[in-house]
Design a protein around this ligand. Structure first.
Ligand code: PLP
Length: 361
């Protein structure tokens, strides 16, 4: 399989592109091109085409519109000090995309083919990659069930698409987010799709997001489905808790029980925090541990992590169990240190000991 290049013959001018990159935000403007590849049960994957970004036309009876058979990924291209551009752990995204596909009964895309499509788009759009630290080109691979029909069964056709958008910092790094811990709604249960990166998980989460906003909170925190007690994730990000301070601090994250999305940022921070000399733990953390730990001062910092925002401090937490605030409600020193270290690695400013950066062009 290969990527055929049919790039946009009418791309944005330098001035237009510069303006769109400077506008910042997340997902406001898209680059000149996209990649599209089709799969069918009969013929497998066809070559991918890199072509002008634009609308796609689908029959109203296309399966994805009715039964939500869709998966996606989120990854970033970072500009490096020497002017080159690197992807961060693209193999991890490729492998997770294949695992998500298997769970949603979509075809698994070969890891090499996935990476090839991402590299082709990044090479084509290299001028769209912002150069400041904390900014990047956000890349969104996704796959939809494209068979036409209303019968409920796995689609025998799929379309893979890849789009990209210049991204500035997703959350304001100087501020902590406020969270609503939902005891009413759940994101995922054992045997469900919590480990898969699929649109359906998000569709099911939006009502709780709305409730969080009504409560004056920025994000939802999910508890386990059975006991409504164990902390799982925050919105589309994984969570970290810091116990103690200084060299003796312990950096903890909820362990992967089968209902959490295994974040690549989460996984990277396990290594980064260890490299910085902290004790690292994957463990079970309850809502009571959170409230009591904050009250006693044992829990000193909380942060969320994911590709889009990288690391974002969590301040006040609100739920039917009460309201409490970690520390003074602003990003703590270990949160900042981990954020700066990870961003530094991604931007080539700090040694990449783990071989995570993959140079594209
Ligand atoms: C994508 C995602 C994450 C973070 O994963 P990263 O690979 O770090 O970007 C966490 N939780 C959910 C629900 C997600 O969809």
């Amino acid at each position: 399989m290969k990527v055929n290049l049919f790039p946009n013959s009418n791309p944005a001018t330098d001035a237009e592109r510069t303006e769109k990159i400077a506008a910042g935000g997340f997902g406001k403007y898209y680059t000149d091109n996209m990649v599209i590849a089709e799969w069918s049960e009969a013929d497998g994957w066809k070559d991918a085409d890199l072509t002008a970004y634009g609308p796609i036309s689908l029959d109203p009876a296309t399966m994805v519109f009715h039964y939500g058979q869709e998966i996606f990924e989120g990854m970033k291209a970072y500009s490096q000090p020497d002017g080159s551009i690197s992807l961060f752990r693209p193999d991890a995204n490729a492998k997770r995309f294949a695992r998500s596909a298997a769970r949603i009964a979509l075809p698994e895309m070969p890891v090499d083919f996935f990476i090839q499509t991402v590299e082709a788009l990044v090479k084509q759009e290299r001028n769209w990659v912002p150069t400041k630290v904390g900014e990047s080109l956000y890349i969104r691979p996704f796959m939809i069930a494209s068979e036409v029909g209303l019968g409920v069964r796995p689609s025998n056709k799929a379309i893979y698409l890849l789009i990209a958008t210049p991204a500035s910092a997703y959350f304001n790094a100087a501020n902590a987010v406020t969270v609503w811990i939902s005891t009413e709604f759940v994101r995922a249960a054992q045997g469900g799709t919590g480990e898969a990166k699929c649109g359906g998980n998000y569709a099911a989460s939006l009502v709780a997001q709305k409730q969080a906003a009504t409560q004056g909170c920025d994000q939802v925190v999910w508890l386990d489905a059975v006991e409504r007690r164990w902390v799982e994730e925050m919105g589309g990000m994984n969570l970290y808790f810091v116990k103690g301070s200084g060299k003796d601090a312990v950096v903890m994250t909820p362990k992967l029980t089968g209902t959490l999305l295994p974040g690549i940022t989460r996984d990277s921070i396990l290594s980064v925090a260890g490299d910085l000399g902290y004790k690292v733990e994957e463990t079970m953390i309850s809502i009571d541990d959170w409230r009591d730990g904050v009250a006693s001062g044992e829990i000193t910092e909380i942060f969320a992590c994911g590709t889009a925002a990288v690391v974002s401090a969590v301040g006040a937490a609100k739920s039917t169990h009460g309201t409490w605030t970690t520390g003074d409600g602003t990003p703590g020193p270990i949160t900042k240190q981990i954020r700066e270290t990870l961003l530094g690695i991604q931007h080539g400013l700090i040694e990449d000991k783990h071989g995570w950066n993959v140079k594209v062009c």
